[in-house]
Design a binder for this molecule. Structure first.
Ligand code: GAF
Length: 389
């Protein structure tokens, strides 16, 4: 893949590029908690986007989306959202750099990879982070990684209209080989936990569906959480977000809540607790207990946060019934995408065969499964140019 992208770059732009790798992510537990200043437990995985890029001596961004076989050109003196969806992830990053006072000179870029789109594995964050990382290197801005993460998140807000939290961009940039990272989305303090689960595998079951509700409902959930916070702020000065709320506070003021808003807030408070407990499970090496937290997370996402869908619920349920998975839950924003499953290595083939058959029978869709390996976050890729024509 890297060589193909470099070859394409040289063919199109006649220069030797810098190459950057930027991974997608999984999230073991802690869903819809990031924008509530809570905890998440993601990891960067071996589904990645590669970028080849070089300055071009003009004032234009010339880009080629390798997987779509589409190109586009933009004047860097007038950066604004485009009608070309994929280009917005690039333009959004450029706009953030410009806003922060960095000069973005003309450059060429070819990018592509194998992060499944719409599968809840953060292909968009991988694109944003990869370009931010690449331009930082190319133009020697010296921007530290935290700032790049925040710029990538803002790019998503302003150029993709999704008011995402910080988890995806953080995981893509800060991932560590064979570790999950517990991130405190308020302070951005983080801790790596070894995830050497020799007898188990992280298996993603991709529903292949993405219901159109996804981004509108995402923004609605954010607002519902803010409504809950506003109610509690009338009683508790210390409440800045759902992070500052416990179940007792919620229960005491339940009559003041719309029932739907109450369910949303309860889920977030419980999910934050689950992340803390799941990390303790990891420290004790108790993967069975960890798996049960994943199952409980799915229940909350299905019934209280209501961001699941029949396909995800079916897969989570089938995984539990298979006896091969310690835990299974929907992953990411929801309304489609993947479930994440902790599967016994010796049962791996049985599990994927069983799940594929069951899903085909129920929905008539061929399930895609991925065994995820945990890798480092965004990095430069050494390229041997002698291999290219
Ligand atoms: C999407 C968002 F981009 C993340 O910030 C996070 O909120 C996630 O949904 C749900 O946990 O991936």
């Amino acid at each position: 893949m890297v060589q193909d992208i470099v070859t394409k770059f040289k063919e199109l732009y006649k220069a030797e590029p810098v190459v950057v790798r930027s991974p997608g992510r999984v999230n073991l537990i802690g869903e819809h908690t990031d924008y509530n200043e809570g905890f998440v437990l993601p990891a960067a995985v071996n589904k990645e986007i590669y970028f080849a890029l070089a300055p071009n001596g003009t004032n234009s961004l010339r880009a080629y989306a390798f997987d779509l076989e589409e190109s586009a050109e933009f004047d860097l003196n007038q950066v604004q959202p485009s009608d070309i969806a994929w280009a917005n992830y690039l333009l959004g990053v450029v706009a953030q750099l410009q806003k922060a006072g960095y000069e973005v000179k003309g450059f060429d870029v070819v990018f592509g990879g194998n992060v499944p789109i719409g599968a809840g594995m953060s292909s968009s964050a991988a694109v944003e982070c990869g370009l931010a990382y690449g331009l930082n290197y190319l133009f020697a801005y010296g921007i530290e990684k935290f700032k790049l993460v925040k710029m990538a998140q803002k790019a998503e807000h302003e150029y993709a209209d999704v008011m995402c939290g910080i988890m995806d961009q953080f995981a893509s940039m800060f991932g560590k080989h064979n570790h999950v990272v517990k991130l405190d989305c308020r302070s951005l303090e983080y801790q790596y936990y070894p995830f050497n689960i020799a007898d188990y595998r992280i298996v993603l079951c991709d529903t292949q569906v993405k219901h159109s509700l996804a981004s509108s409902e995402y923004n609605t959930r954010r607002k519902e959480c803010e409504t809950g916070v506003a109610i509690l702020q009338q009683h508790y000065l210390q409440v800045k977000s759902l992070r500052d709320v416990n179940l007792e506070m919620l229960q005491r003021h339940q009559p003041e809540f719309d029932p739907v808003v109450y369910k949303r807030c309860k889920y977030v408070v419980e999910e934050n607790l689950r992340v803390e407990e799941a990390c303790a499970d990891l420290e004790r090496g108790d993967l069975e207990a960890f798996g049960q937290k994943m199952n409980a997370s799915h229940q909350g996402l299905q019934h209280d946060y209501e961001v699941s869908c029949p396909e995800l619920d079916f897969l989570a349920d089938a995984a539990n019934k298979s006896g091969a998975a310690l835990g299974s839950r929907m992953m990411g924003g929801g309304f489609g995408g993947c479930t994440i499953n902790l599967v016994k290595l010796e049962e791996l083939n049985n599990f994927t065969a069983q799940m594929t058959l069951a899903y085909q029978q129920q929905f008539g869709i061929k399930l895609k499964t991925y065994v995820a390996q945990i890798v480092d976050g965004s990095s430069l890729v050494p390229v041997d140019f002698s291999k290219n024509s």
